[in-house]
Design a protein around this ligand. Structure first.
Ligand code: PTJ
Length: 254
């Protein structure tokens, strides 16, 4: 950390990268997770590294959807555990959501490390490690098919930050509503989820918590109204336009 001066023009991005690197050193993040972060960084750059209007409306819709859920579950992978463990626990507490560890590159030791980190940040119950409550999600071949029967398997709303497209599709096919955070508006996950927050999870997780807190005072009719007005395809197309407009603006100064 000391190697990155506070005055560096790219300090925010570099510090996020450091979280991933220490997450890798501490056995939370898969090697491939570092590459996933790089892909995210590139899209973040194109988006202007800010939470745009489209991301804000997806965050509001996501909050309404989580508050309307019978059972919402936050799926945690290595990258998310390294980037925002405190916020995951805060979101779960604010919305009475469950937390489940679910890895693409499955590895028991890494799962244990993620559980320990979440507990250190205040989580009480974490699903996804008990073989006695294992269930299988159909239509998916990766390790992500193994879920907890009291968690993702039973959920009506699943929050899947930094996801791969296969499981999003499998979750949708099994009738669940999927909320994702993905900086790439073109990814299969982004295109398949019900609500896609095209933003860096490190910026938007706090905003989601804040929106959940504010909307928790509203009745179901108001929450349903927010959802009715939200159109994920249109919102994704606006995120793509945000990239295009940002590039147009930047090209004037090139
Ligand atoms: O810990 P595991 O084993 O479950 O593995 C996790 C990763 C992320 C490695 C795995 O799910 C994976 O390979 O994901 P993908 O297919 O690379 O997709 C990750 C998506 O997240 C990409 O579209 C990236 O652009 C996006 N992304 C990366 N970093 C961020 C991000 N989106 C939001 N915030 C970020 N910080």
């Amino acid at each position: 950390m000391a190697l990155i001066p506070k005055s560096h023009p790219r300090v925010k991005s570099l510090l996020i990268r450091e979280k991933l690197v220490s997450g890798f050193d501490n056995g939370l993040v898969a090697k491939e997770g570092l590459l996933a972060q790089g892909r995210g960084e590139a899209f973040d750059y194109l988006l202007g590294e800010r939470t745009g209007k489209s991301a804000k409306s997806a965050i509001k819709a996501a909050a309404a959807q989580i508050l309307l859920a019978k059972l919402s579950v936050i799926s945690v992978n290595g990258n998310v555990a390294a980037l925002c463990p405190k916020e995951i626990v805060k979101l779960a507490k604010q919305t009475a959501s469950k937390i489940e560890v679910n890895l693409f590159y499955s590895n028991e030791k890494r799962k244990d490390n993620i559980v320990k980190t979440l507990k250190k940040n205040g989580a009480k119950e974490i699903l996804g490690t008990n073989p006695a409550t294992k269930a299988t999600l159909s239509g998916i071949d990766s390790a992500r098919r193994i879920v907890d029967k009291n968690g993702i398997y039973a959920a009506d709303v699943v929050i899947v930050p930094l996801e791969d497209g296969d499981r999003t599709l499998a979750l949708r096919k099994s009738g669940k509503t999927v909320i994702t955070f993905d900086l790439n508006p073109l990814s299969r996950t982004s295109q398949t989820a019900n609500i896609t927050i095209v933003d860096n999870v490190t910026r938007s997780m706090d905003l989601l918590i804040e929106n959940c807190k504010n909307l928790s005072k509203k009745n179901n009719k108001t929450l349903e109204g927010i959802l009715k007005k939200f159109d994920n395809k249109k919102n994704l197309s606006n995120s793509i336009k945000d990239i295009k407009n940002n590039l147009t603006k930047r090209s004037r100064f090139a």
